[in-house]
Design a protein around this ligand. Sequence first.
Ligand code: FAD
Ligand code: EPU
Length: 351
Amino acid sequence: MSQASAPGYRISEHARLDARNTFGVRARAPMLVEVNDTAALPELFGYAMLRAPDLLILGGGSNLLLAADPPGAVLSLETRTIRPLADDGDTAIVRADAGVIWHDFVLWTLGHGLTGLENLALIPGTVGAAPIQNIGAYGVEVRESVHVVEAFDRKHRGFVRLAASECAFGYRDSLFKHQPERYLVTAVEFRLSRRFRPRLDYAGIPEELRAMGVTDTPRAAQVAEAVIRIRRRKLPDPAVLGNAGSFFKNPIVPTAQAEALLAVNPGMPVFRSAGADRRKLSAAWLIEQCGWKGHRDGDAGVSAQHALVLVNHGQASGQDLLALARRITASVHDRFGVALEPEPRIIGATW
Ligand code: FAD
Ligand code: EPU
């Protein structure tokens, strides 16, 4: 691997990505550009290799399946500053660079008496990736706290500021997810509250707080701790067993279809969070019913802890994991008539 650096960035050729994707699959980038000062972006995007639409922006690699080597350059933001911009004693606006580790940021907010992100504790990855799929967990989505997304617009080669209302946030969805060739998120400004309003409606949180001995109204740090404890129990740790969290989105179907399925599958979980005429189903439940939980095809498998998590037991390739994902999807479709869609971005193959 050869390397070159200039103020604000460093370039490596033939860079290994094995440790840069949480599935731990083997891959190489023809060129990796690590940027530690976003002021270098206008100059960098003057180069043809970065202007190409196949440039891959890489955060922590925790929502990616590398089914092949990325064909073009890979760019990673290594910017790590957190800066309060305003604070009226009730609400604060805090700006975090894209390269800040998400969980570190959640802990920073709690350490500064700011609330709103506690239910999103321990989600892997970076601040810059959080708006891409509008990360969500335990009844909260990040869009609720996003004030402004700052991005480098690759089309017009300049910085833009997008208000949350302009980001088209939805369940595991945003404007950015649909235009991966356009926006490079450089920082996110969050609106956070000093007055804590606990969000305890997700099944398991009240029980976990009780198990922790918290009987009064919890503090935000205690809710974060409860979420961390549940997550550690439910999800495999990518440092131990390669995975990208939920491999499929929970399917959203018309209410009539959910009711018809429920009539023949009385134990099937159905969630009302998708709006009046639609229902969210549990992809994990559908997959488990088809017998996949704990299944293994060589080193590509389904977690025995959680049916929605595909795992790499060691040497699985991105193609092995993709083949398994396709078999799971086909069997769920055959049995329930429901089409599963992958949550992670797939590089080198179309779904
Ligand atoms: P990457 O995987 O590097 O990238 C993901 C996508 O975002 C790619 O398309 C990439 O090009 C794009 N991207 C990354 N950074 C930028 C940027 N700065 N600008 C523009 N595009 C960018 N997700 C949830 O929502 N909720 C969960 O509860 C959850 N739990 C998880 C648990 C585990 C164990 C794992 C492994 C993953 C989990 N995830 C969860 C998925 C993942 O953590 C999130 O999607 C996270 O936001 C991805 O961050 P990343 O930096 O790793 O992004
Ligand atoms: N279930 C099963 N089998 C399993 C696991 C779960 O049948 O092996 C059923 C149970 O009925 C359970 C229900 O699925 O009650 C929901 O399970 P869980 O609370 O674990 O949530 P999930 O729907 O599987 C979603 C997100 C997670 C997020 C959790 C908590 C998606 C695709 N996934 O999972 O996000 O952490 O809720 O809010 O929406 C991710 O996106 O990568 C991710 C991990």
